[in-house]
Design a protein around this ligand. Structure first.
Ligand code: HPA
Length: 260
């Protein structure tokens, strides 16, 4: 299928019911097989991948990020819109806000981080001065539905998970410049750039980071907030997709040369 745009769904986003002619397919990659859906929205070929699996069965540190990004590249995808549930590191960034992140800080510990390793691979040091595609971010900002609280830019701190953070860690991440914290943004964004794909992340704040609210943090709280904001997210994606029609990936993200 000549799908050009992909949506990677994070926690609470397991299906795109607005896609027509939906098919479930399996793509083989050197890292394993990937099951995903393909379909069309207003004539735009769209692939959908549930990052945690259809029933949230894959924890953040065990997601096969390399297989996922490889599979999307294989399908001809040039642009990826990824959703992610995040905790807020700032009291002035409450649950329900969307953040179009523009930077990340990586605190993951034990994930495969690159396509460029192994006997026959060159050593590649990828430039991440602008890790998230500025063109996609601009389109998402313009596509935000009325009444949707969207912050343009923000620093995403990625932790290893699957546990939530301690209040001491949340305080530390805020002090080093983070705005939101999640467990899945890295290495996904890095691998997309290694493949020369445009990638933008829509981070939905589902909770305050541990210790910022008086209540203990639960996964149910995250899922509940995600559910409450599902309509906003869906409207944003539905508005954004037609704006991508006919747009190829941008020059900046296309470097370096992918799939060596
Ligand atoms: N921490 C890490 N990941 C998350 C959080 C959080 O508070 N909320 C949603 N994903």
């Amino acid at each position: 299928m000549e799908s050009k745009v992909a949506i990677i769904g994070g926690t609470g986003v397991y299906d795109l019911d607005f896609l027509a002619e939906k098919k479930t397919i399996t793509v083989s990659t050197p890292y394993g097989a990937v099951s995903l859906q393909t379909g069309f929205y207003q004539g735009i070929g769209t692939a959908f991948l549930a990052r945690h699996g259809q029933n949230h069965s894959v924890p953040p540190h065990q997601i096969n990020y390399r297989a996922n990004i490889w599979a999307l590249k294989e399908l001809g995808v040039q642009q990826i819109l990824a959703t992610a549930a995040v905790g807020s590191l700032r009291r002035d960034l409450p649950p329900g806000h969307l953040v179009l992140v523009d930077q990340f800080i990586d605190f993951t510990k034990q994930r495969p981080l690159t396509f460029f390793e192994g006997k026959n691979s060159p050593v590649v040091h990828t430039d991440l001065t602008e890790p998230y595609c500025p063109q996609l971010r601009r389109i998402l900002l313009e596509a935000a539905p009325a009444g949707c609280q969207v912050q343009d830019g923000g620093v995403y701190v990625c932790t290893e998970g699957p546990r939530f953070e301690t209040p001491a860690e949340i305080s530390f991440y805020a002090q080093v410049g983070g705005d939101v914290v999640g467990m899945t943004g890295v290495p996904e964004v890095v691998l997309a750039r290694e493949m020369g794909l445009c990638y933008a992340a829509i981070a939905l704040v589902t909770n305050y980071g541990a210790g910022l609210s008086s209540q203990p943090l639960t996964h149910e709280e995250v899922v509940e907030c995600q559910r409450a904001n599902a309509e906003n997210l869906r409207a944003l994606l539905e508005n954004a997709l037609p704006r991508l029609k006919g747009k190829a990936g941008c020059q900046q993200c296309r470097k370096p040369d992918p799939m060596l």
